[in-house]
Design a protein around this ligand. Structure first.
Ligand code: ADP
Ligand code: MG
Length: 696
């Protein structure tokens, strides 16, 4: 091993494969690998040995506690720490950790959102070890990645359906590959999540209750300067941010998270960090850890990290690009390659993706629906709420030719008469020009760009995996009776028919253009602009049947997920409305009373000198009118929000927030923001956009 700092420290806080190999007896290690690689159940003797080795390793690294680390429906991670300590009768202690404690934990899950599942079943929740994700140490705690389920086995978390969808996809993809004469041991998906975030001064953060309580600013007039000079994107990283990112990198590398890229983003104070891709469930665990560390480490540098999708109006919000690919024993099935016989296989998987996204665009849209992301999607900074696929200059003509049933031009445009087009080795850099597309083919992977920055992207991957599994299933069913002689022809025909059926989802143009909305409507593509519009499809019979068929989510689980997401939306809207009323009454209005009072005094003083001044008098009048408007808007928002809070049906409540509360919030914001440019900045009760976004 190299002895540079990074090589020495990389993964030092992870119980890696090398650690297992070194510390476990050979037969135990071999059995554990079977559990990990083949998804076999683990027996208690093996678990005891693994637990012992894991504990010894953790103690040597200074750990005192262990925890089952899991992802409840809030999307973030949860943990409850237990120490290894067991008192002995002689007054000494033992540090213990059993196989049972490793495999399963019990937790009173009643304080986690369950969408009603626990009311119908049982209050207790269980955490079950996921041996596919390695254990790691965080703040002297041995963290064991787990799935979180109810007493009767219902998934109460984000990870369980993800793992189930990976199984469904693997099973169906293997059936397809068998038809191509391939018999891989494993088919997995890979994921590389690019994480965007804002970094502002901690002192500004602390001064704004809206940032603390809601993660975004609920007030603030436009800054004098926005992102129009395009100077921030890829600009030199400011020293305090650089020091912070170095610390984040160091910490994440120790946790075995392969962080690679860091740069400034488009909006002022906006940044991005991205890892090298990994197997999806691991990549998502690592993304959640990354988000946690990003927040925590910022405080070491006098900074605050904002992971909300839209912390500031007037500048871009933050997303998380979900780069997705599927591979068989390490071979990327979305790599076009240049061997014609492999091209057919590539074309098949490309076609599965296209059909999958078209058939389940509604669920994909729902998987990124959140209060925060509503401010971002369709805002000319992120893809619109319409799902479509961009293939790029090289692939698109090939697919279009296939759809039309023409002979296909290969690279260099020699006509190929086989019905099997020879695909060019795509120049990866040329494929990613369209940033307005929600779902873009980028050389050898798809990039789903609708995900919000603070989301757990398991939800999107669950939809994608299951939808692709369904297409693989159809292909395998339709072609399983093919002969060697007619397979190529029938496969090409299947692909052509499927592409013809699903071509409406393909769009190479500008996704931000208003004309696309009209065109998409003509094509019958949905445009669910808000969370209340997007979520209800989750409980449509066809979507329930879809997840049930592939054993990814039962009807009860899917309904629970809908309720949980809908409740989350209403709760966040309620908190935002409460915070606005609170800030208006306790911060903005009192500041305006004082300021209008002092301006009025000034008018009086001037008048006492016999000078007739109308301009200052007009300002006082504007301030008083503003005070009245704010008071009225706050009262109305408070009343409507109190009513919204009493609505029982999650759907009706969501709709009420969308239709009534958002506009009342906008009115209150506008009335406060209109006052900001009239006031002496020293009396304004919170830091302004100018202050926050352009700090030195
Ligand atoms: P950008 O989208 O900013 O141009 P890159 O092309 O460098 O960025 O890749 C973005 C992310 O995609 C990275 O996290 C990278 O590891 C990931 N990625 C690259 N190849 C694959 C793949 N085959 N499967 C999944 N993710 C991938
Ligand atoms: Mg990207």
């Amino acid at each position: 091993m190299a002895n540079d700092k990074v090589s020495l420290e990389y993964g030092s806080l992870v119980f890696t494969d090398a650690d297992m190999q070194e510390r476990l007896p050979k037969p135990t290690y071999r059995e554990l690998r079977r559990v990990i690689d083949e998804g076999k159940p683990i027996n208690i003797d093996i678990a005891n040995e693994v637990a012992h080795a894991m504990k010894q390793w953790a103690l040597e690294k200074g750990a005192t506690h262990f925890t089952h680390w899991f992802q409840p429906l809030t999307g973030i991670t949860s943990e409850k720490h237990d120490s290894f300590l067991t008192p002995k009768t002689d007054g000494n202690i033992l540090m213990t950790f059993s196989g049972k404690e490793l495999i399963q934990g019990e937790t009173d899950g009643s304080s986690f959102p369950s969408g009603g599942l626990r009311a119908t079943f049982e209050a207790r929740g269980y955490t079950i070890w996921d041996p596919m994700s390695p254990a790691f140490i965080k703040d002297e705690v041995l963290c064991i990645p787990t799935a979180f389920i109810s007493y009767t086995g219902e998934a109460l978390d984000k990870k369980t359906p993800l793992l189930r969808s990976e199984v469904a996809l693997e099973v169906q993809a293997k059936r397809v590959l068998t038809l191509f004469g391939r018999h891989p041991k494993r088919v997995i998906t890979n994921c590389g999540p690019e994480q965007e975030f804002f970094l502002i001064k901690e002192s500004d953060y602390i001064a704004r209750p809206d940032l603390i309580l809601c993660g975004r600013t609920l007030f603030g007039c436009a800054p004098s300067k926005g992102q129009e000079l395009e100077e921030h994107y890829f600009g030199a990283i400011r020293p305090s941010v650089n020091a912070y990112m170095k610390e984040v990198d160091d910490e994440l590398w120790k946790l075995g998270i392969p962080m690679r890229t860091k740069h400034n983003e488009v909006a002022p104070c906006q940044h991005e960090m991205a890892p090298i891709y990994e197997q999806s469930s691991l990549a998502i665990d690592d993304n959640l850890l990354t988000m946690e560390k990003l927040k925590l480490m910022a405080t070491h540098h006098g900074l605050a990290c904002l992971e909300h999708e839209k912390p500031f109006d007037y500048v871009n919000g933050s997303g998380k690009h979900d780069n997705w690919s599927i591979s068989a024993d390490g071979e990327n099935l979305l790599e076009p390659g240049d061997e014609p016989d492999e091209n057919l296989q590539f074309l098949a998987f490309l076609c599965f993706l296209i059909a999958a996204v078209d058939e389940h665009a509604d669920l994909l849209r729902a998987s990124v629906a959140s209060c925060g992301n509503d401010h971002r999607l369709g805002g000319h900074e992120a893809p619109p709420a319409i799902v479509s696929i961009f293939l790029g200059d090289e692939l698109s003509p090939i697919v279009q030719a296939l759809i039309k049933g023409k002979h296909v031009c290969a690279h260099g445009c020699d006509e190929v008469d086989l019905g099997v087009p020879a695909l060019p080795n795509l120049a990866r850099d040329n494929t990613d020009r369209n940033r307005t597309s929600p779902f873009a083919f980028t050389g050898n992977k798809f990039e789903f760009r609708m995900c919000g920055s603070q989301q757990n992207i398991s939800d999107s991957n669950v939809v994608l995996n299951t939808a692709v599994a369904e297409q693989c299933d159809k292909f395998a069913n339709d072609l399983q009776d093919c002969t060697k002689e007619n397979f190529v022809e029938r496969a090409m025909e299947w692909i052509r028919t499927s592409l013809q059926e699903h071509k409406r989802i393909l769009f190479e143009g500008n996704g931000y253009a208003a004309s696309w909305e009209e065109e998409a409507a003509r094509r019958g593509l949905k445009n669910n602009k808000t969370t209340p519009d997007a979520l209800p499809c989750m409980v449509e019979p066809r979507n329930i049947a879809f997840f049930e068929k592939y054993h990814v989510l039962s009807e009860a689980e899917q309904r629970a997920r809908y309720i949980s997401q809908a409740e989350q939306y209403s709760k966040l809207m309620n908190i935002e409305a409460n915070t606005m009323v609170y800030m208006a009454r306790t911060m903005y209005l009192p500041a305006l009373y004082r300021y209008s009072g002092s301006c009025a005094q000034s008018v009086e003083h001037i008048a006492a000198l016999g000078i007739n001044d109308t301009t200052q008098r007009a300002v006082v009048q504007q301030l008083v009118a503003g005070i009245q408007a704010i008071t009225q808007a706050a009262n109305e928002l408070e009343q409507e929000n109190a009513y919204a809070h009493t609505i029982d049906s999650p759907k009706e409540q969501n709709d009420y927030y969308r239709d009534v509360i958002t506009s009342k919030m906008a009115t209150l914001r506008a009335s406060v923001d209109a006052m900001e440019p009239l006031c002496d900045r020293s009396i304004w009760p919170v830091p302004s956009y100018n202050d926050i976004l352009f700090y030195v």
